[in-house]
Design a protein around this ligand. Structure first.
Ligand SMILES: NC(=O)c1ccc[n+]([C@@H]2O[C@H](COP(=O)([O-])OP(=O)(O)OC[C@H]3O[C@@H](n4cnc5c(N)ncnc54)[C@H](OP(=O)(O)O)[C@@H]3O)[C@@H](O)[C@H]2O)c1
Length: 352
């Protein structure tokens, strides 16, 4: 039996707790360490998730210096991803970094280059890509079940009360819907457009967007975009942190359409998930049931460990090229909506 991959978690926020819980259900991973800006948070997190006290670190630097850690999961707010991913690469740790990999394309490129230069594996944590439901959707498209695919509609949006200090609404913490959840519908659209060609993804050739910004912090409250792909696939994507939407994916083809009712956080437990295939002319949709054998984030941890064990330079479910293509769309979407982040304004910038 191969040795388990030894994980350290960098930052102890909400999603870090979910990842830690699910990692316990993975085939390949073991949680051995945590790092927090506060020693007390690190201790609390370690107690909760069975990490030995000696590996509860009161700084991110100490986590990265821990020789027992093979891979780190970075779960800080977005603007801190670049700094800690590059430091993790320099420390020789493999990196699973929360989405978005960075707040903009240039910053994401620097992370990818650092990982390459240090020879460590890097994956942006789009967990849904590793789930069997997503793999099933790709199979259906490739098998031509929908005929010629022409349109994808994908949304990920929620409404959370305005709080200028929260990571969701704060400008300096990279707030707004496009960076927080917009990457999900965009990545679904690129996945489907690519599947039509038998490729892992495809990048759009044209993007046209609109959005509404919060008057106080300037981040996008909700936004929509139309993406056109070179193979005649069109996608309508939308997202938000200040609007309630139907968070589903619909894929339309010449022979029918597919509804993915739970496309992102597929299931929170091991319950089955159902795709609805509407064949043209049929009275009722066919139910395609997918039953997971692991929790959602365990699939992600296992995809990462499998790629590492196979000596791959990328995790096939979410390669770094895929990440950079997604980031390029998010950059354009943000620019068209007029979102300007404080972190992007350097003294040399004409916006300063
Ligand atoms: N894949 C998913 O399903 C999913 C779901 C939710 C969020 N996310 C992503 O995960 C990241 C974190 O989201 P979250 O909801 O877990 O956030 P959160 O609850 O606010 O936690 C973020 C953590 O980052 C650390 N941190 C470092 N610098 C910080 C700063 N300047 N301000 C505040 N916190 C700081 C803190 O941990 P310490 O105090 O321990 O240092 C904090 O607890 C985001 O990039 C988000 O996009 C992914």
């Amino acid at each position: 039996m191969t040795k388990p991959l030894r994980w350290g978690i960098l930052a102890t926020g909400k999603i870090a707790g979910v990842f830690a819980r699910d990692l316990a259900g993975s085939r390949t991973g073991r949680l051995v360490a945590v790092g927090s800006r506060s020693a007390e948070s690190a201790r609390r997190f370690a107690d909760e998730h069975g990490i030995a006290p000696a590996h509860a670190h009161g700084s991110y630097e100490a986590l990265l210096a821990d020789p027992e850690v093979d891979a780190v999961y970075i779960s800080t707010p977005h603007p801190q991803h670049e700094e800690w991913a590059i430091k993790a690469a320099t420390a020789g740790k493999h990196i699973l970094c929360e989405k978005p990999l960075a707040p903009d394309l240039a910053s994401a490129r620097r992370v990818v280059e650092a990982a390459r230069a240090q020879g460590v594996l890097l994956m942006e944590a789009f967990m849904y890509r590793c789930h069997p439901q997503t793999i099933r959707v790709v199979q259906l498209i490739r098998a031509g079940v929908l005929g010629k695919v022409g349109l994808v509609q994908a949304a990920f949006s929620f409404n959370t009360p305005f709080d200028p200090d929260s990571r969701i609404w704060n400008n300096a913490l990279g707030g707004g819907g496009i960076l927080d959840v917009g990457g999900y519908p965009v990545s679904w659209a690129r996945l489907v457009a690519g599947a039509v060609e038998g490729h892992p993804f495809l990048d759009p050739v044209h993007i046209s967007s609109a959005g509404v910004r919060h008057p106080q912090t300037g981040v996008d409250a909700y936004a929509a975009a139309t993406l056109s792909f070179g193979n005649d696939v069109i996608a309508q994507v939308s997202c938000g942190v200040g609007l309630t939407q139907e968070n589903v994916v619909r894929i339309y083809g010449s022979e029918g359409w597919l509804l993915v009712p739970s496309p992102y956080v597929v299931t929170r437990d091991l319950s089955p998930t159902t795709l609805l295939l509407h064949r043209a002319g049929a009275a009722a949709p066919e139910e395609i049931v997918v039953t997971p054998d692991r929790p959602l984030y365990a699939y992600e941890a296992d995809a990462f460990a499998d790629a590492l064990a196979a000596g791959l330079r990328d995790v096939p479910a979410m390669s770094t090229a895929d990440t950079l293509g997604n980031m390029a769309v998010l950059d354009t979407w943000l620019r068209q909506v007029g979102v300007v982040y404080a972190h992007a304004i350097s003294p040399a910038s004409p916006l300063a």
